[in-house]
Design a protein. Structure first.
Length: 95
C-alpha cells in the first residue's frame, strides 16, 4: 500500500497529537491522563468530569495542587468556560 510512492513535499495533515490538552492554569500541554476535565453543563454550572466524555464545553487542569490553586486564583476556569465555578468544585479536584 503506497510502497512505490516517494515522500513528496506535500504534508497532508499537520501533526496534531491525540489526547493532548492545555492546562488552563499553567498553559502547558499534557496528556489527558494527567489532566482533569471540567465541563460546563447546559445550566451553566461547572462540574468535574471524571469520565472525560460529558457533553458541553470543557477545560483541563493538571491534577496538581499548584495548578489547581493557580487556576482558582486567576479564575482561569471561569474565563475558559465563561461560567462560574462553585466552591464545591475545588475540593473534588485535589488529587
Ligand atoms: Zn498546569
Amino acid at each position: 500500500m503506497g510502497k512505490a510512492r516517494p515522500e513528496g513535499s506535500r504534508n497532508p495533515a499537520p501533526p496534531r497529537p491525540v489526547g493532548i490538552r492545555t492546562c488552563v492554569a499553567c498553559r502547558q500541554e499534557a496528556g489527558q491522563r494527567t489532566l482533569v476535565r471540567l465541563v460546563r453543563r447546559p445550566d451553566g454550572a461547572v462540574q468535574v468530569d471524571l469520565t472525560g466524555r460529558a457533553p458541553g464545553r470543557g477545560a483541563y487542569l493538571h491534577r496538581d495542587p499548584a495548578c489547581i490553586e493557580n487556576a482558582r486564583r486567576k479564575r482561569a476556569l471561569e474565563r475558559s468556560l465563561h461560567a462560574t465555578v462553585g466552591d464545591e468544585v475545588w475540593p473534588q479536584l485535589s488529587p
